[in-house]
Design a protein around this ligand. Structure first.
Ligand SMILES: NC(=O)c1ccc[n+]([C@@H]2O[C@H](COP(=O)([O-])OP(=O)(O)OC[C@H]3O[C@@H](n4cnc5c(N)ncnc54)[C@H](O)[C@@H]3O)[C@@H](O)[C@H]2O)c1
Length: 360
């Protein structure tokens, strides 16, 4: 299967999902320009935040052959909420945007998650395209069909599965992305390599983070193959939540603090803690756990957690969407590429995993 995907990718630079295609660079824009003609859209809207408006829109304009209107929202996770959606829905309504309009989400995961949600609910759904401009949205948020927004500090509490009509990956957008954001995206690349045991050695042996086009494409392929097998997360898609039970709770904890954490930074904490839990409960080699911790600590600043913070994280884990009957469910590793899902974990062990994280 992977071999066939590789062959297709090498010939055409295309990754096929169950319903749409992920295209790279010029091939993506050419396809979009053709699609625009073929589908007879009435209007085009490009959703941006102030950063992607300033840094990415010029390139998008150069590559596309149709007139569009810009809808700008404020950047940042704190704006990924219902208020922003209402503003955009009101704007579309005031513009008489009909069901045949096309919305193009040009931005990071906040734009692709929220833009996908706005598009899928406006007039019961209009077509949308994702053009991710952060590393994290390229390898993760813009693919896999999850759209949504936060409900106060609960991450992605409201949302739906909905497919873009196409996704365009253009690495050039990363040239303006701050280093901290690049690292945040790398956390998901590293997670994909851990859960699939693909490329792990290459990543840990490199003194810097690796995010060339091949690495990005491979990371997308790993996620895509999992999503194709289990789109609605009944089974193997849960593998992608490795590091995310603790990671999401950590992200929520910091959401309203001055020193916010980026998604990947929170997931890096989650991966270290959950690797430790994997060793305690599933026999995951402690030497590999230490390698993962050492590698992530090279690129991510150590987060300081007070005892009270950790207790709050335990509380927040109870809201996790992966819970069943309010019991937190963890994704743990027996080995690299060998994942176990729906694992119950006692709070004491979670506290212990933070001890391990905080240890030098
Ligand atoms: N749907 C999913 O499956 C999925 C998966 C992972 C993460 N997510 C979501 O993704 C979001 C995080 O995504 P993110 O890290 O991309 O955050 P983001 O969208 O907030 O982007 C990060 C920052 O980079 C700026 N930016 C974007 N592109 C830029 C560029 N090319 N140059 C300079 N600056 C640029 C943005 O304006 C923003 O300030 C979270 O809300 C998370 O929940 C969703």
């Amino acid at each position: 299967m992977l071999l066939i995907c590789n062959l297709i990718f090498n010939q055409l630079n295309i990754i096929s999902t169950d319903t749409y295609k992920i295209r790279f660079n010029d091939d993506g824009y050419t396809h979009l320009n053709e699609l625009v003609v073929k589908n007879n859209y009435t209007k085009f809207y490009v959703l941006v935040d102030e950063n992607t408006k300033k840094l990415c829109l010029k390139k998008f304009k150069q590559k596309t052959s149709f007139q569009f209107e810009i809808i700008e929202i404020s950047s940042g996770e704190v704006h990924k909420n219902l208020k922003t959606c209402i503003d955009v829905w009101n704007h579309l309504t005031s513009q008489n945007a009909d069901r045949k309009c096309l919305i193009i989400n040009l931005g990071g995961g906040v734009i692709t998650d929220m833009g996908g949600f706005i598009s899928s609910t406006y007039k019961r759904g209009v077509h949308f395209v994702n053009i991710p401009t952060t590393l994290l949205s390229m390898v993760d948020a813009s693919i896999g069909s999850k759209t949504g927004i936060n409900l106060s500090s609960i991450k992605n509490q409201i949302g739906l599965f909905s497919d873009p009509i196409t996704v365009i990956i253009d690495e050039e957008y990363l040239k303006t992305l701050p280093k901290r954001e690049i690292n945040s995206g790398y956390a998901e690349i590293f997670k994909h390599s851990i859960i699939s045991n693909s490329g792990f050695k290459k990543l840990i042996e490199n003194p810097n983070i690796v995010y060339d086009e091949d690495t990005i494409a491979n990371s997308i392929k790993i996620k895509n193959e999992i999503v194709i097998e289990d789109k609605f997360e009944n089974n193997v898609r849960k593998y992608l939540n490795f590091g995310h039970t603790i990671g999401h709770a950590v992200e929520s904890l910091f959401m309203n603090k001055k020193n916010k954490l980026l998604h990947g930074e929170a997931i890096a904490v989650g991966m270290i803690c959950e690797s430790y839990l994997s060793s305690r409960l599933k026999g995951f080699e402690m030497s590999t756990v230490n390698t993962i911790k050492k590698h992530l600590n090279k690129f991510f600043i150590k987060v300081n957690f007070s005892k009270n913070d950790i207790l709050k994280v335990c509380k927040l884990i109870k809201y996790d969407k992966k819970n069943h009957l309010n019991i937190p469910k963890f994704v743990l590793l027996k080995d690299l590429g060998l994942v176990d899902i729906n694992v119950d974990i006692h709070e004491n062990l979670i506290l212990e995993s933070f001890d391990y994280y905080l240890r030098i």
